[in-house]
Design a protein around this ligand. Structure first.
Ligand code: NAP
Length: 493
């Protein structure tokens, strides 16, 4: 049965009120802001625009919930049961949650329904299942004593998240933080708050006690800034730009030295060697890596480094595969690309394409499309022949623009790939296992994918080197961001 996404979208009436203390509430001063569908320009909802007074109220409630212990001191098996119920509710409400993300930020429904929603449910399930299986430590101590090393929840965690994966990145942060027993105050991106608000309703329905998860829509500096400076927030987990990550570091230092886990920007390189086994598969993956999610992916492989001897053949194949990402109606189940997140962001990406046209050559794409009242659709674009030191090779565009460079040998490829302030991800395509190890070992990146693209899984940590930040999402390592080790030394002899 095919889903009629347009009809389902028409039937939606998203609730834009905040979630504080287990209830839907307006901003203290009643302020709201219109939430717009970038693919149509239509207003989806009026969303509460919170301010510092609301932040204080939410943090106080989160602290009281933590101190009360109903969640923080519940048995691991009880927290597990609630989070498993939440995972089931995400699946049950999958169409609605997928629609909220697609309408909010323009990604194709095929991806929000097929990838992001099941991925979010799986994330809650994974951390729910993990929490009653991890054990603490009893290290060696002198006779007559014993020491327990236990992992303790921190208290109140603020999660600040971006718009490119509104539901899924929220799940990456909320699931481990809640599984450990923390209270969470979540500030979603202003342009895409709806799925996070709905997720909090579902968490309450699943049995999460009131006050343990709060969702605060509002502007970055007003709500995120207030959380960053708050004296009763124990940790910030953030995904977003490097520029905002820097402000969080400063705020932490200026306030209470709260812990930070920062997943920031990226400019990831895809290195294709002449000995690649399957050139067409590599080209298809290169298009996926650059253009999936409209290129609005922190680990997008937006920089292609290809051996000079295979440049022409490889580029022709990438351009062919890029056609699959021609933008369409995000609610068309067949579309693999939708609109960019906003008209303003599309303007910025379009400007970068203008720069590429001026300083190099556009060999594919280079068009901006209009659908109805929206101009937020950009055709996947490939730019070549930019000078080696051009800023487009080093700076994040966060849109469907792939820049191409050639190299003659391994050293040159590695040096170029590492010549950026970021270090989030990289890919290597080669038929030589020895080369794969050599090159992967020298690339400064949190994840190196070999003969695959943007490899990522629940079991493996995800995060950056250099100015892509520090801390890790996913895997058991994510628990480190939301807990501290306590030593309890007992002398009995
Ligand atoms: P952003 O502008 O940095 O915003 C991220 C979040 O920070 C939003 O909720 C934003 O709120 C909030 N914020 C803005 N200013 C703030 C301030 N002064 N204090 C506290 N919070 C503030 O990033 P974005 O444009 O949403 O997302 C794109 C960026 O995220 C890209 O750089 C991308 O590489 C990065 N990203 C990284 C990863 C990763 O895992 N490394 C994953 C996805 C995305 P408002 O929305 O209200 O401005």
């Amino acid at each position: 049965m095919t889903t009629d996404w347009h009809t389902l979208a028409t039937d939606l009436s998203p609730d834009g009120r905040a979630v504080i203390g287990g209830a839907r509430v307006d901003a203290a001063d009643g302020a709201t802001s219109g939430d717009v569908d970038p693919a149509t320009g239509a207003t989806l909802a009026q969303v509460a625009a919170l301010g510092p007074a609301d932040v204080d109220r939410a943090v106080a409630g989160a602290r009281a919930a933590f101190a009360g212990g109903e969640w923080s001191r519940a048995g691991a098996e009880d927290r597990k049961a609630v989070l498993l119920r939440l995972a089931d509710l995400i699946d049950e409400h999958g169409d609605e949650l997928a629609l909220l993300d697609t309408l909010d930020m323009g990604k194709p429904i095929r991806e929000s329904r097929g990838v992001d929603v099941p991925g979010s449910a799986a994330t809650f399930r994974w951390y729910a299942e993990a929490i009653d299986k991890i054990s603490d430590e009893i290290p060696a101590t002198p006779p007559g004593s014993t020491a327990l090393v236990t992992r303790e929840a921190l208290g109140v965690v603020a999660a600040i998240t971006p718009w490119n994966y509104p539901l899924e990145i929220a799940a990456w942060k909320l699931a481990p933080a809640l599984a450990l027993g923390n209270s969470v105050v979540h500030k979603p991106a202003s342009v895409s708050p709806l799925s996070a608000l709905r997720l909090a309703d579902l968490a309450l329905e699943a049995g999460l006690p009131a006050g343990v998860l709060n969702v605060l829509p509002g502007s970055g500096p007003r709500v995120g800034g207030a959380l960053a400076h708050h004296r009763d927030v124990d940790a910030i987990t953030f995904t977003g730009s490097t520029a905002v990550a820097r402000t969080l570091l400063a705020a932490s230092g200026a306030s209470t030295m709260k812990r930070l886990s920062l997943e920031a920007g990226g400019k990831s390189s895809n290195l294709v060697f002449a000995d690649v086994d399957d050139l067409d598969a590599a080209a298809s993956a290169a298009a996926d890596g650059a253009f999936y999610n409209q290129g609005e992916v922190c680990s997008a492989n937006s920089r292609l480094l290809v051996h000079a001897s295979i440049r022409e053949e490889f580029l022709a194949a990438v351009a062919r595969h890029a056609e699959a990402y021609r933008p369409g109606d995000p609610l068309d189940a067949a579309a693999r690309s939708g609109s960019l997140v906003s008209a303003a962001h599309a303007d910025a990406v379009w400007e970068a394409i203008g720069t590429a046209r001026r300083d190099g050559h556009i060999v594919a794409g280079g068009q901006r499309l209009t659908r109805g009242d929206s101009e937020a659709f950009i055709v996947p674009t490939i730019a070549t022949d930019l000078p080696a030191d051009h800023s487009l090779h080093a700076e994040e565009v966060f849109g469907p623009l792939l820049t191409v460079e050639t190299f003659e040998d391994e050293d040159e490829a590695i040096a170029r790939a590492n010549a950026t302030e970021y270090g989030l991800a990289a890919s290597v395509w080669t038929g030589s296992l020895a080369r794969a190890h050599r090159v992967a070992g020298r690339l400064v990146a949190g994840t190196v994918s070999v003969n695959t693209m943007d490899a990522l899984g629940l079991t493996t940590p995800f995060g950056g080197f250099k100015q892509s930040g520090f801390g890790r999402d996913l895997s058991l390592h994510a628990f480190d961001a939301y807990s501290a080790l306590k030593t309890t030394w007992i002398q009995f002899g």
